[in-house]
Design a protein around this ligand. Structure first.
Ligand code: GLY
Length: 370
């Protein structure tokens, strides 16, 4: 992968920050170390990513005169909890981290969420830099300042909005990403197209093979398109009082599926893929969209090797109960992100339980779970 890095600015007044997308960025600290203000830097990573990439970041920082320890956490969503955040607090305490300290989140979405949350809490908020190493984190999780950990009662129930100082997406890290995780990342790419970009959806239909073959130019276009879309939404609605909720297309269903299956059984992207299809199916039930767009979505998910049906052992009633805790709900009404067709997502309040249950129940053609 080569070519000049792409830079996208997330403009939030004094807290504006760059997303830098390119190759060879982790070792090129001169390109990003202006985002580090003080002398205390902690690299937070996980047991899979740290052996592959952490030493390069550490050496790059040494070249800038900063000696940064590495805190290596257990990998996976199953470990995204308060215990993991406490490990980061302990490491910051050992470092003697002051108000100008910086946490570098080197890993996938779970590491970004934990490290960002710890940075949001330490001394009521210190800097952090996102260095996403998965496709899913590059196109969604690392951008926009959502941080947090899971609770037994639901995903991301404990958290804070805390914007990073920079997002450094080094495309070289995708070369070592396991195939299943790589594929799961395309769920968030497809989501971006679903919510507001029908042309991008058609482009994905035509470029699935190149993307799955990890073609550099195709991947760069897909990642930059998603980051530009997300940056625009975050700039207009940082705290999710409106439009930002559209980014959760498929997530109300997906979070319920992920929790009910047991964190770690399904990857987040896999659960979101199923969730998007359920949202599309519910939209048809409510007369908002036609079945043709649902079938195009199903075909695109399948083209990317993503699941396109709910695992049959998950009970519709149990999933509905999980959805009642969704953060998008208001006290008086369930709020769901549905669509009027490809590229036209909408926030819909007050959908009846019976309609949601009907969408959650497998169709006869999905007996095997898709
Ligand atoms: N992942 C959805 C958001 O950042 O708002």
């Amino acid at each position: 992968m080569s070519g000049a890095p792409i830079e996208i600015e997330v403009g939030l007044g004094a807290r504006c920050y760059p997303i830098k997308i390119g190759s060879g960025l982790l070792e090129d600290a001169a390109y990003w170390c202006d985002a580090v203000r003080g002398r205390h830097v902690l690299i937070v990573s996980d047991e899979h990513v740290a052996p592959l990439h952490a030493a390069r970041v550490q050496e790059a920082l040494l070249g800038c005169g900063v000696d940064a320890p590495i805190e290596t956490l257990s990998a996976g969503e199953a470990h995204k909890n308060l215990d993991a955040a406490a490990r980061v607090f302990d490491a910051l305490a050992d470092l003697g981290a002051t108000r100008d300290a910086c946490v570098i989140a080197l890993g996938g979405g779970a590491i970004g969420d934990i490290a960002g949350f710890a940075a949001a809490c330490w001394m009521r908020g210190i800097d952090f830099i996102q260095m996403p190493t998965t496709l899913l984190a590059m196109v969604d999780a690392s951008v926009g300042g959502k941080t947090g950990v899971d609770h037994a009662a639901g995903k991301n129930l404990i958290g804070a909005f805390h914007q990073p100082r920079a997002v450094i997406a080094d495309l070289d890290t995708l070369a070592t990403l396991p195939e299943r995780e790589f594929i799961a990342g395309f769920a968030e790419v497809i989501k971006t197209a679903c919510i507001g970009d029908a042309d991008f959806f058609a482009w994905l239909e035509s470029r699935a093979d190149a993307l799955l073959a990890r073609d550099a130019a195709a991947l760069t276009h897909a990642i930059a398109t998603c980051c530009r879309c997300k940056a625009g939404i975050v700039m207009r609605d940082e705290r999710e009082t409106g439009e930002r909720a559209l980014l959760n297309f498929g997530h109300s269903f997906g979070h319920a599926i992920e929790a009910e299956a047991g964190y770690g059984a399904l990857l987040h992207g896999e659960a979101v893929a199923i969730g998007m299809l359920l949202a599309a199916r519910l939209s048809v039930r409510l007369g908002m969209s036609n079945d043709g767009d649902t079938q195009r979505l199903r075909a695109l998910l399948r083209a990317f090797g993503l699941p396109a049906g709910c695992p049959p052992h998950l009970e519709a009633d149990a999933l509905l109960a999980r959805m009642r805790l969704d953060k998008k709900n208001r006290a008086d009404a369930r709020r769901l992100i549905l669509w009027r067709g490809i590229g036209r997502a909408e926030i819909v309040a007050g959908v009846e339980d019976a309609e949601v249950l009907a969408a959650l129940r497998p169709e006869p053609t999905e007996a095997g779970g898709g």
